[in-house]
Design a protein around this ligand. Structure first.
Ligand SMILES: Cc1cc2nc3c(=O)[nH]c(=O)nc-3n(C[C@H](O)[C@H](O)[C@H](O)COP(=O)(O)OP(=O)(O)OC[C@H]3O[C@@H](n4cnc5c(N)ncnc54)[C@H](O)[C@@H]3O)c2cc1C
Length: 247
């Protein structure tokens, strides 16, 4: 059933999800596959996030935002990607999950959407777990717009922090003009791929003469740097630059 024929529930609705799969991509990146159990559907648009209600002993739950990492075509479940934050309330809860717990959430929230009709060139810059929002955009829009010129730069520290390579490879098989690269800020000497920060990649392609929309997700400092370059220095229109900061 398509999302458009269904009536959205209130954002205050309590949604309960059971965990159907836990994948530890690295010691610091955990992905949860979640299936809705208590409502007829959970409707969202690619780019949006949910609030996870983290149980806290003797107090109200702590609310933390997580961007949905899968296609918005599915109405009864999704995936979330978590990056471990030392001493973090939600992080310690998520890393303590065994798989038989029910997770409480509200949502969807967020106003970063895929701009349609799309520009000729779409650039995704992300760090850490920021791939979640961009993967949802790609999975949700790939059938409708298979031929766009997509570029994705994924910033992590070291080789050991790389994840989602096989998921991105699978997208590449279906998207003829999809280019993605991992950008390592602290690679080993043997790393032959790209080094530095995702913001350095702006030099690589023409966005001043090619209609382009930028999406950024993850580290706030990266987003600030790129916005400064694109909006203040290059004079791009605000409608071409969309961002979700996780910290
Ligand atoms: C719109 C939105 C979407 C988000 N989507 C995701 C997502 O898909 N995946 C994901 O992993 N996170 C996401 N986040 C971040 C997430 O909401 C939490 O902030 C993060 O998981 C830390 O929560 P915590 O309870 O573990 O840490 P807390 O208990 O809140 O914080 C513990 C300590 O860590 C610091 N800290 C908090 N957050 C970060 C951070 N991100 N990086 C470094 N230090 C931090 C705090 O200053 C504090 O000192 C998103 C945030 C927003 C605003």
């Amino acid at each position: 059933m398509s999302q458009t024929t269904l009536v959205p529930l209130s954002v205050r609705t309590n949604y309960q999800f059971k965990i159907t799969r836990i994948i530890d991509h690295t010691p610091l990146i955990r992905e949860l596959y979640l299936e809705l159990t208590n409502q007829p559907h959970f409707l969202f648009k690619a780019g949006q996030f949910v609030m996870l209600h983290v149980p806290v002993e003797g107090a109200k739950p702590a609310l933390r935002a997580y961007s949905v990492a899968s296609t918005d075509a599915l109405i009864n479940g999704f995936k979330l990607i978590f990056k471990f934050v030392e001493t973090g309330i939600a992080s310690n809860y998520v890393w303590g999950l065994k798989g038989d717990e029910i997770l409480n959430m509200t949502g969807p929230f967020g106003k970063v959407f895929f701009v349609e009709p799309p520009a000729e060139q779409i650039v995704f810059l992300n760090t850490g777990s920021g791939i979640s929002q961009h993967f949802s955009f790609l999975e949700s829009k790939m059938e409708k717009y298979p031929n766009l010129n997509y570029k994705l730069y994924f910033g992590v520290r070291t080789e050991a922090d790389i994840y989602y390579d096989s998921e991105l490879k699978r997208l590449k098989e279906k998207l003829p003009n999809f280019h993605y690269e991992f950008v390592l800020s602290r690679p080993s000497d043997s790393w032959t791929g790209r080094k530095g920060y995702v913001q350095d990649c702006l030099k690589d392609f023409d966005y001043k003469n090619t209609p382009t929309t930028f999406y950024m997700c993850g580290n706030g400092a990266m987003i600030k740097d790129v916005k400064k370059q694109l909006l203040e220095i290059d004079g791009l229109d605000k409608q071409q630059v969309w961002a979700e900061a996780f910290d």
